[in-house]
Design a protein around this ligand. Structure first.
Ligand code: ZN
Length: 279
């Protein structure tokens, strides 16, 4: 899933290429793509793209009075559509510009969870779907994070992925942040205290900066295998910090990767899948 660095760099890319372009029409290609009923998206027709921004893992395409809020979910992409086909295979929605260019929202697979919300720009941050988001992950300081930790007692990895606690991180950065902070992914947030919050803030900023620096070198959004990191999806490989073997605990929809030496005092966490990497 694209996370804060990927979405941020993509917003910058689209802004650089399309700022000032005039929207001819927005066309939902599947009835599930547009998540809002009012205001109608055609109120943005004939309007210039004023800015492309980001909040959490959402892209915000600002056409003056109306903003399209786009969530890519797992397999979604907002691509430049050089030759708009009549019925693009994985197409969810399309924005046609008067200069002949277009954006296509695609989503691979059958989940159909990527979507577009059409929201008045003036209240966009306080309206669904953005109203439920916690602060931007790379903007909180240690004191703020310590307070949020105390208010949301849960496992650290779960906390980092919860968009209502912190916005912008996902499965990959949750793994990388825990490793960078040298904390167990299963550490209890309520027990991390000021020192733990400071370590997590520093780790978030370092991981986001690293991801952004890489993503900004690219012409379009990376796929997850290309993204920099130490532990995410690297089970069985040596930890770049200490050489111990990266482990995994697999759940149905995500995988926790960690280094025992760096993060759990050498303890290997209960897991039914690691053995296949160590056999
Ligand atoms: Zn290590």
């Amino acid at each position: 899933m694209p996370e804060l660095p990927e979405v941020q760099a993509h917003a910058e890319r689209l802004a650089a290429r399309y700022a000032g372009a005039v929207l001819e029409r927005f066309v939902p290609l599947r009835f599930t793509a547009l998540k809002t009923v009012a205001p109608p998206p055609d109120a943005a027709h004939g309007r210039q793209l004023a800015a492309v921004g980001r909040r959490g893992k959402y892209l915000l395409a600002d056409f003056g009075e109306l903003t399209f809020v786009v969530h890519l979910m797992q397999g979604g992409r907002l691509k430049e559509d050089a030759k708009p086909a009549a019925r693009p295979k994985t197409g969810q929605a399309r924005w046609h510009f008067t200069d002949g260019r277009a954006w296509l929202l695609t989503e691979a697979g059958s989940e159909r969870r990527a979507g577009v919300w059409c929201v008045p720009t003036s209240g966009v941050l306080d309206a669904p779907p953005l109203d439920r988001l916690g602060p931007e992950a790379d903007q909180v300081d240690a004191a703020e994070l310590a307070a949020i930790f105390a208010a949301h007692p849960m496992r650290l990895h779960t906390f980092l992925r919860d968009q209502s606690c912190l916005a912008g991180l996902g499965r990959r950065l949750a793994n990388e942040v825990c490793h960078r902070a040298r904390l167990s992914p299963f550490a209890a947030t309520a027990k991390l205290g000021d020192a733990g919050a400071a370590a997590v803030v520093e780790a978030i900023r370092a991981c986001v900066d690293e991801g952004l620096a890489y993503e900004r070198t690219r012409d379009d959004m990376s796929s997850s295998a290309d993204r920099p990191g130490a532990v995410h999806h690297r089970a069985g490989q040596p930890c770049p910090a200490c050489g111990d073997t990266v482990r995994e605990v697999a759940y149905s929809s995500y995988t926790v990767n960690y280094c025992p030496t760096c993060q759990t005092g050498g303890r290997v966490l209960a897991d039914n899948t690691t053995s296949r990497f160590l056999r």
